[in-house]
Design a binder for this molecule. Structure first.
Ligand SMILES: C[S@@+](CC[C@H](N)C(=O)[O-])C[C@H]1O[C@@H](n2cnc3c(N)ncnc32)[C@H](O)[C@@H]1O
Length: 432
């Protein structure tokens, strides 16, 4: 039975080239994100700042209510599309968001290190990153094997994929899923899946892709209980963080202790905190708490075999569409009849059960759309290659799960004796 270590611990995040906590105090913090420094609200910094001056590229001015609202005041030097930062081999785009942060949570770096430590020496692990946001944790875990990344926000998952491409990790075995954390976990329990490690970084309040409500105090116990069913005596860890909620780490450790009572290993808990490292902090940089955590680790972990290496292709074959293209359209002024066969390779689930929902599949109408209404009206494509190119790009933009597209086009108007003249364009989703 897992042992609960009662004494709380501090997991300390120290800065790195792309991130440092330079100072804090007076309800604010002063941090560097590569070449840019910012000031953000920080209610836990009740002490006085050490430095007299905080020269910054921007500041987040909070709204009047405690829970949100407010706006950034940014210098023109801050790139509108963000800028590249890195953590070890993971590269990603930093960008100030309306939610006060910069598209990543730097204090989590100590957790990424810890998880990597739990999987040291392994390349066959299967891990689950729930509420994975822009994917830094998933990319860190992907050094050790397959990762399932779940987040409710399509935009965040798309950003996570972009970070993967930026890191040169576009071909890592990561399943990027837009899904509701609770529903996905419940499905995995029904499929009797097992993971070597799970990380849960839930918000206080959130919404699933179908508007499912996530309210931490109400939803966490069931989620933790389901996650426990995805672990066994061979698993290595579960890591849970909670922030912006009035709750003690002892309480979330108690929750893990109950859910994981049947497993070996130990449960620890405490604060995640960032160490100040700016000028003048050399001897006594203060520790700024950012979240509470509870974690389960199992030193007796064993290896688990990976079983799946599937791929899945949706095909719509031999459908005809008239398109303004080629010499035919140039000479006649009319659209040319083309016959399309389109294949889309997309992310495959590990299993398809009788109750796997429709949205785990891709709609064939998306393919027909890309080759008809998805083509711009009135535009003459000189080459049918350009038609194929447009269709590929539409399908990639439409759905982050699409990994590759093959478009076969046959020109029906120019055949003399039923021969089939045309092209086949195959494109993999760009990785960089
Ligand atoms: C605090 S962020 C996670 C940060 C991330 N672990 C990291 O280190 O970068 C919370 C994430 O939870 C997602 N989310 C909110 N409600 C959700 C739900 N019901 N199911 C899945 N994800 C949800 C949000 O889209 C957001 O990306």
């Amino acid at each position: 039975m897992a042992t609960l270590v009662q004494q709380p611990a501090v997991m300390e995040c120290t800065g790195w080239d792309s991130y440092r906590l330079l100072d804090s105090g007076g309800g604010r913090k002063y941090e560097s994100f590569g070449d840019h420094s910012f000031i953000r609200p920080e209610p836990q910094a009740m002490w006085q700042p050490r430095l007299d001056d905080w020269p910054a590229s921007g500041e987040f001015i909070p709204g009047s209510d405690e829970d949100g609202g407010g706006r950034w005041s940014l210098e023109p030097s801050v790139p509108e599309d963000g800028w590249e930062l890195s953590w070890n081999d993971v590269r990603f785009t930093a960008l100030p968001t309306p939610f006060r942060h910069l598209q990543f949570f730097p204090d989590m770096s100590v957790v990424w290190d810890w998880m990597r430590g739990q999987l040291a020496g392994r390349e066959d692990a299967e891990t689950l990153n729930m509420f994975g946001y822009t994917g830094l944790g998933s990319l860190a875990l992907s050094d050790h094997g397959k990762v399932t990344h779940v987040d409710a926000s399509k935009k965040s998952v798309a950003q996570a994929r972009e970070n993967a491409a930026l890191s040169g990790m576009g071909d890592r075995p990561i399943r990027w899923l837009v899904d509701d954390a609770a529903k996905f976990t419940a499905r995995e329990v029904r499929r009797e899946r097992r993971y070597d490690g799970i990380i849960l970084d839930p918000p206080k309040f959130g919404r699933g892709p179908k508007n499912e409500t996530w309210r931490l105090e109400d939803s966490l116990p069931a989620l933790v209980s389901d996650c426990a069913k995805l672990l066994d005596e061979k698993s290595a860890f579960l890591f849970l963080t909670v922030y912006a909620v009035r709750m003690s780490s002892l309480s979330i450790a108690g929750l893990l202790n109950e859910a994981l009572s049947g497993l070996p290993g130990k449960i620890e808990h405490g604060d995640l905190a960032v160490r100040e490292e700016g000028a003048g902090a050399e001897d006594n940089g203060r520790l700024l708490p950012t979240a509470i955590f509870a974690r389960w680790s199992n030193p007796g972990k064993g290896r688990r075999c990976m079983t799946h290496n599937d791929s899945l292709i949706l095909e719509v074959a031999d459908f005809e569409v008239d398109v303004l293209t080629g010499i035919y359209s140039e000479e006649t002024g009319k659209p040319q009849p083309l016959r399309f066969t389109i294949q889309v390779r997309y992310d495959v689930e590990d299993r398809y059960d009788p109750d796997t929902p429709l949205d785990a599949s891709k709609n064939y109408m998306d393919i027909k759309f890309a080759a008809s209404e998805g083509l711009p009206k009135g535009v003459h494509f000189k080459l049918i290659e350009a038609v194929g190119d447009h269709i590929c790009e539409t399908l990639f933009a439409q759905d982050v799960r699409v990994q590759a597209v093959t478009v076969k086009i046959v020109k029906l108007a120019i055949a003399e004796a039923n021969e089939k003249i045309g092209i086949t364009l195959h494109r993999e989703r760009p990785t960089g």
